[in-house]
Write a protein that binds this ligand. Structure first.
Ligand code: MRU
Length: 378
C-alpha cells in the first residue's frame, strides 16, 4: 500500500497540487481539496475541517468525479472519527451528498465498516485510525487501478485502431482531477500521448458546468497534448467530417446490464459514434460497477439547479466586481430549465468497458459479472 507521501506525489505529478490530501494540523486533521470550481483560473486549495464542509464541497462540485468522490467519502468518515463527531451521522450525510456516482457510497461504507469493526473490538481511539487506514488504502488502490486501466485501454486502442495517430473525443473530465492517480478515460488518453499515438484530443466543453473546457483542457495543456475544445453541439459535424477515431469516457455508475451513467451529453455521443462506426469506449474501475442495480432505468440521475443552465458562472475576478460565485444570466429572468447531471447509455451502444481487471467487449451482463468477480477488490 502506498503511504500518504506517495499518494500525494502521484496526484501532484499530473496536477501540481493533488486533487485531495489528508493533513494533520496542530489543531486537528483536515481534508484538503484542490477546489475544482476555481479551475483553470486559480489553483486554490479548500480546507475542510468537518464533514458538513466536505458535504458542501461535494454538492457544489469543488471535489467531483466518481473515483475521487469515493476517496473523499472515505476520508470524510476518517475526519469525523478523528475529530470525535458522530460517525454514523457523518457517513449518512456523506453517502447521500450526491446520488449517482456509486463510488461515493462505496468509499463511505468501507471506511465506516473499518471504524465499526475496530470500535467493536474495543479499539477506542484506534477505531479512528482504522478508518484512516482504510481511506488511505482506497486512495492507493485507486492510483493502482488508474495505472492498470491506462495499460488495458492503450492495448485496446491498439487493437481497435491499428496504425496509431489517434484522434480521440472525450466528454466531461476523467483525469487526475477525479482520482488519486491519473484517472480513468483520461489516463488512457495520457498513455496514448506518452506512447506517441495521440494525434489530437477533442474536448467537449461539457455544458452546463464546463468540466471539459475548464478541467480536461487544463489537464491536456499541462500534459502538452494537442487538443481542441468544442461546443457539445459541434460533435456531430466533427464525426461527419471523419475527424474522430474513438470516443473515450468515464462513468459514474455502470448497472449490471452494462448501462453506463455518465455526464449529461455522453449518450448523444454514443448514438453519433454508432451511426459513424466509431468505437465508443467506457473506462472505469470495477468500483463503479454496481451489480445491485439491474438496469440503466434503475440508476438515480441527479437533477441539479436550473440556474446552472440559465446562468453562466464567471471565473474568479472576472465581471464587474465579480468574485467566486458571480454569474451572468444567459436566459430570460424566470426561464425554467431541465438540468439532469447525467444520462444513461444502453450497453448495445458501448463497444467496450475497460476496468483495472480487464476489458468487457461485447458488453454483456455475464461478461461484466465475471470480470467483477476476478477483481482483487470485489
Ligand atoms: O458531475 P461530475 O463532474 O462529478 O461528473 C463527473 C463525470 O461525469 C465523469 O465523467 C465521471 O465521474 C467519470 S470520471 C471517472
Amino acid at each position: 500500500m502506498a503511504d500518504q507521501y506517495e499518494v500525494s506525489k502521484a496526484g501532484a505529478a499530473a496536477l501540481g497540487i493533488p486533487s485531495l490530501r489528508w493533513e494533520e494540523l496542530p489543531e486537528g486533521p483536515v481534508v484538503v481539496l484542490l477546489d475544482q470550481t476555481r479551475l483553470p483560473a486559480e489553483e486554490a486549495e479548500l480546507v475542510c475541517t468537518d464533514v458538513p464542509a466536505l458535504v458542501q464541497a461535494i454538492r457544489r462540485l469543488a471535489v467531483r468525479g466518481a473515483p475521487l468522490l469515493g476517496i473523499a467519502g472515505a476520508y470524510g468518515v476518517a475526519l469525523a472519527a478523528a475529530r470525535g463527531f458522530d460517525v454514523d451521522e457523518a457517513a449518512e450525510s456523506l453517502a447521500h451528498a450526491r446520488p449517482t456516482a456509486v463510488n461515493l457510497g462505496y468509499g463511505v461504507r468501507r471506511a465506516a465498516a473499518a471504524y465499526r469493526a475496530a470500535a467493536g473490538r474495543g479499539a477506542g481511539a484506534g477505531a479512528a485510525a482504522a478508518a484512516l487506514v482504510e481511506a488511505r488504502a482506497l486512495h492507493a488502490e485507486d492510483i493502482e487501478a488508474g495505472a492498470r486501466m491506462a495499460e488495458q485501454g492503450l492495448a485496446l486502442l491498439g487493437e481497435l485502431l491499428p496504425g496509431g495517430g489517434h484522434r480521440i473525443l472525450t466528454h466531461c473530465n476523467s483525469g487526475a482531477l477525479v482520482s488519486g492517480g491519473e484517472g480513468t478515460a483520461f489516463a488512457v488518453v495520457r498513455a496514448a500521448h506518452r506512447a506517441g499515438e495521440l494525434r489530437r484530443l477533442w474536448v467537449d466543453e461539457t455544458r452546463p458546468l464546463l468540466q471539459g473546457a475548464r478541467l480536461t483542457a487544463y489537464e491536456a495543456a499541462r500534459a502538452g497534448m494537442a487538443y481542441s475544445v468544442l461546443a457539445d453541439g459541434a460533435a456531430g459535424s466533427l464525426f461527419a467530417a471523419g475527424e474522430v477515431d474513438a470516443v473515450l469516457i468515464g462513468a459514474d455508475r455502470i448497472a449490471a446490464d452494462g448501462s453506463v451513467a455518465n455526464k449529461i451529453g455522453s449518450y448523444p455521443l454514443a448514438v453519433l459514434a454508432r451511426y459513424h462506426h466509431v468505437p465508443f469506449v467506457v473506462v472505469a474501475p470495477t468500483t463503479t460497477v454496481d451489480l445491485e442495480t439491474e438496469r440503466g432505468a434503475d440508476i438515480e440521475v441527479e437533477q441539479r439547479p436550473g440556474s446552472e443552465v440559465t446562468e453562466l458562472s464567471l471565473p474568479p475576478g472576472q465581471g464587474s466586481g465579480a468574485g467566486p460565485g458571480a454569474a451572468i444570466a444567459v436566459a430570460p429572468l424566470g426561464a425554467q430549465a431541465y438540468n439532469p447531471a447525467f444520462d444513461v447509455t444502453p450497453p448495445e451502444l458501448v463497444t467496450a468497458i475497460v476496468t483495472e481487471a480487464g476489458v468487457v467487449s461485447p458488453v454483456t451482463r455475464n461478461g461484466l459479472a465475471r470480470m467483477c468477480s476476478t477483481s482483487r477488490w470485489s
